[in-house]
Design a protein around this ligand. Structure first.
Ligand code: FAD
Length: 285
């Protein structure tokens, strides 16, 4: 099913993200992750692409597995790893496997190899995908502004181009302070962009993960989260419980304020996705 339809027809949606393995020998384990997350009945499951040296075929294989579990899948694709030939091949595989949704991304510049240069911006690959088939295409957005953008406002001007190029929804980069999201949304709407924005929530369940996520994304860390990690970071079970509670509270506040589409960066941890989903069981109904 197309995600644009899901977003149109349901008041509240909760989706999850997983990443493919680096090695083919780990595919069965990843399929197990898909099956466990699918049991939670998310509105869709996205599968990342190319990051951390994974290959495109693992993305399509896992997206296919998501569909086999009866859940809509969202397969990511990046400009830096695509040219016309590889994109055509990718779209052919997706179509053959009933995968209708694609998240069009530029990707981060790869280290130690040249990026492909056919598609410069996510909007370029979004436009190409729309011209090549009947796919629902989404894009990424950044409540604190993309790190390469001078201002949030300049970044939103480029989001407008992305929407005009065929993106039908945006998923946000992780953020930990909902006020940042509300401020972003009001700027976004003032620019006249009328597509749904799905809030990306990263549950922080261990101290190392916070450092890693923040250094990769540049996301700011509010005092409440810093204190939580300071206090519980050395106790894995307490940290996990606190991280699940923090993410749950963030989601409840978002939904209470009308941000009804939530994407959980589940990091291939079905137990964490399950705990958050259970905390939202009445809210999702
Ligand atoms: P773009 O939309 O191309 O934007 C990148 C920069 O260029 C921004 O500063 C923007 O303002 C500017 N820009 C955009 N269009 C124009 C234009 N027309 N003219 C001038 N400037 C422009 N990475 C992966 O490798 N694999 C993944 O699966 C993956 N999944 C992601 C999922 C989400 C939800 C998010 C938020 C990020 C994901 N990323 C992934 C990381 C992403 O690829 C990087 O953040 C990358 O740096 C930017 O990608 P983008 O699609 O936002 O790029």
């Amino acid at each position: 099913m197309k995600i644009s339809e899901i977003l149109k027809n349901k008041e509240i949606t909760i989706s999850c993200e997983i990443f493919p393995p680096k090695l083919g020998t780990e595919l069965d384990q990843s399929r197990q992750v898909v099956a466990e997350i699918a049991k939670l009945s998310p509105d869709f499951i996205s599968v990342t692409y190319g990051a951390a040296g994974t290959t495109a075929s693992f993305t399509t294989e896992l997206a296919e597995e998501v569909e086999n579990c009866g859940v809509a899948s969202l397969a990511h694709v990046t400009c830096v790893s695509s040219d016309e030939e590889t994109l055509d091949e990718y779209l052919k595989t997706l179509k053959a496997n009933g995968i209708e949704n694609i998240l069009a991304l530029r990707g981060d510049m790869p280290q130690g190899r040249e990026p492909k240069k056919v598609y410069a911006h996510a909007s370029d690959i979004a436009k190409a995908i729309k011209s090549k088939g009947d796919f629902c295409v989404g894009g990424a957005c950044y409540p604190e502004g993309h790190p390469e953008s001078a201002t949030v406002s300049a970044d939103i001007d480029n989001l407008k181009i992305k929407a005009e190029s065929g993106c039908e929804f945006f998923t946000t980069q992780m953020f930990f302070d909902n006020e940042v999201m509300y401020s972003f949304l009001s700027k976004f709407q003032r620019k006249g962009i009328n597509i749904p924005v799905i809030a990306g929530i990263m549950p922080i369940t261990n101290a190392r993960q916070l450092q890693r996520s923040v250094s990769l994304s540049g996301t700011s860390v509010p005092r409440s989260l810093r204190e939580m990690v300071e206090r519980f970071g050395d106790n894995p079970l307490a940290m996990k419980q606190a991280g699940i509670a923090f993410a749950t509270n963030q989601i409840i506040d978002l939904i209470a304020n009308g941000v009804n589409n939530i994407h959980i960066y589940a990091m291939n941890k079905p137990d964490i996705a399950k705990a958050i989903m259970e905390n939202l069981s009445e809210i999702r109904k």
